[in-house]
Write a protein that binds this ligand. Structure first.
Ligand code: COA
Length: 485
């Protein structure tokens, strides 16, 4: 039985186990995967940024982590978007673990009212499991970059050759620093970051660009500086106007991989080999500060011919395709529901009365803001039928229904169903009959399986009697079954 839940990053042993699974899934079959380091990710999860929520989610079997997801969303901008990265180690693939983690992401996105899911994929060759998985979920590839690598230490001879080939830099000054930006350059550096965000090609990815301020730069650099040494070279004109910059990161924890991040030359300053000069100056810094890192990674849009030419001159070799993908979800209302079964295998159902007639369904209901599925389920069951004190139940079905009229103001609903086995009880919820009727709930009744199967009326899900028979005869599925209507 696979159980998907958030992990507490303060539980260091659990975080370590989660990270091992997450990382193993991410690097499998990839020569040059670059995965955020254990220290950097642990720090970021334990010390949340006011700008971004990051959640580590694990798929557990008997308390062992079999797969992981990093689920993130920004808190002050890009408010329709979440990012999800799902990684399942090779040994546990094709058992529905990736799908179970994905279902968690869909439910949580719905709860947050967010409808755009973004993800990234490193694809070294085709066919590739991640690409097949993402395509099946409905993701579209919106942007493709080349992921390139050069070995370190950087080849001094190549550096000299490039330096003599590129000539003198007239009309511009270069300033380099390691660590956070010196105060006198902060405004220019923040402005260049904004220009970068506006200029960097991201294909069809949905992105709201928020201008950088000195405050935001300081806060962001202070966080990054704990785990990465930033090496920056910035160019300005002789008159002091900012013209461009390049930035690379060295992880502070013992690590093999350094990362060439942004390189920007403002449009009006292009055509003077400024990009090459910036990179050369920054590589000189790299030679001084490098410790254990053996590879320098960079990414360039396939459409960016000039930058690809520069990369080739610097000796970078393409190792995989880096794809950015996006999926739009309908705006669904998430609900937690229970298949309640007593010791004689009777099932407790509730009757809704709608304009088009009665409907028998499982008890439960919509999640409130901030509630987990289990918390929502417990609250609903106390309210509707008076059931409490049961152990965490098994998650058996996941259903996404896009249809009018299921939930006002929404495109439909997501129902996550849990199996609860309990001694027989007389339903008596905390809500009064009048309150229940206000929610269209008019009756609560125990059914035997044969009563269910011979009933002519409607159920939700439609094939509820068949689903319950399967559940009772075969036991709960190891990962939640995806239901139709
Ligand atoms: C992609 C990944 C998460 C899938 O995990 P998983 O637990 O094997 O996924 P599931 O068992 O839930 O697979 C669901 C469906 O995806 C598709 N799929 C998954 N792996 C596939 C493969 N190797 N080839 C073809 N289709 C595949 C299938 O349709 C599969 O359903 P099926 O097994 O009933 O045919 C896993 O391969 C992985 O961690 N890869 C590396 C990281 C990555 O690329 N993540 C995806 C980006 S979010």
């Amino acid at each position: 039985m696979i159980l998907v839940r958030e992990i507490d990053p303060a539980d260091l042993a659990l975080f370590d186990e989660w990270y091992d699974a997450f990382r193993a899934g991410a690097v499998a079959g990839r020569e040059a995967a670059l995965v955020v380091g254990r220290e950097a990710l642990g720090y970021s999860l334990r010390n949340p940024s006011p700008l971004k929520q990051r959640i580590a989610v694990g798929a557990f079997e008997d308390d062992r982590v079999l797969g992981g997801m990093l689920f993130e969303y920004r808190l002050t901008d890009n408010l329709d978007t979440v990012e999800a990265e799902i990684d399942v180690p090779l040994a546990h693939r094709r058992r529905g673990i990736g799908t179970a983690l994905w279902q968690w992401a869909v439910t949580r996105s719905a709860q947050l009212g967010r409808t755009i899911v973004q993800t990234e994929l490193g694809v070294p060759s085709e066919p590739w499991p991640g690409a097949a998985f993402a395509e099946r979920l409905g993701f579209g590839v919106e942007h493709v970059e080349e992921h390139l690598v050069v070995p370190l230490p950087y080849d001094d001879l190549r550096l000299e050759e490039l330096q003599s080939g590129v000539g003198r830099l007239d009309g511009y000054q270069l300033i380099s620093w390691a660590g956070v930006c010196p105060p006198e350059h902060q405004q220019a550096y923040a402005d260049l970051h904004t220009a970068m965000d506006l200029d960097v090609p991201t294909g069809g990815m949905t992105r709201e660009v928020v201008p950088w301020t000195v405050d935001k730069l300081e806060a962001s650099e202070a966080r990054i500086d704990r785990n990465y040494l930033a090496l920056v070279t910035m160019a300005h004109t002789d008159a002091g106007e900012p013209a461009g910059y390049t930035l690379l990161y060295l992880p502070r924890a013992d690590a093999e991989h350094a990362q060439q991040d942004d390189t920007l030359v403002l449009r009006e300053h292009r055509g003077h080999h400024l990009g090459t000069h910036l990179k050369l100056a920054n590589l000189e810094q790299l030679a001084k500060h490098r410790t254990t890192q053996r590879f320098l990674h960079t990414w360039t849009a396939l459409s960016n011919a000039p930058m690809r030419k520069v990369n080739a001159r610097f000796g970078f070799r393409a190792v995989e395709e880096h794809r950015e993908l996006e999926l739009r979800l309908p705006h669904l209302r998430p609900a937690a529901r229970a298949v309640i079964v007593d010791e004689e295998e009777r099932i407790l159902l509730v009757r809704f009365e709608f304009a088009d007639g009665p409907l028998w369904a499982t008890p439960g209901g919509g999640l409130e803001a901030g509630e987990t599925l289990i918390e929502g389920l417990r609250r609903e069951l106390v309210e509707e039928v008076g059931l409490e004190g049961f152990p965490d139940p098994q998650h058996v079905w996941h259903q996404e229904v896009v249809a009018d009229g299921h939930a006002e103001g929404f495109d439909g609903v997501i129902n996550d169903y849990f199996l609860i086995r309990t001694p027989h009880f007389t339903p008596a919820g905390a809500m009064t009959p009048t309150e229940l009727r206000a929610e269209n709930l008019h009756a609560i009744q125990w059914w035997t399986l044969s009563e269910l199967e011979s009933h002519e009326g409607r159920f939700a899900p439609r094939n509820l009697p068949t689903l319950i028979r399967e559940l009772l005869e075969s036991g709960p599925p190891s990962t939640p079954t995806q239901l139709g209507l």
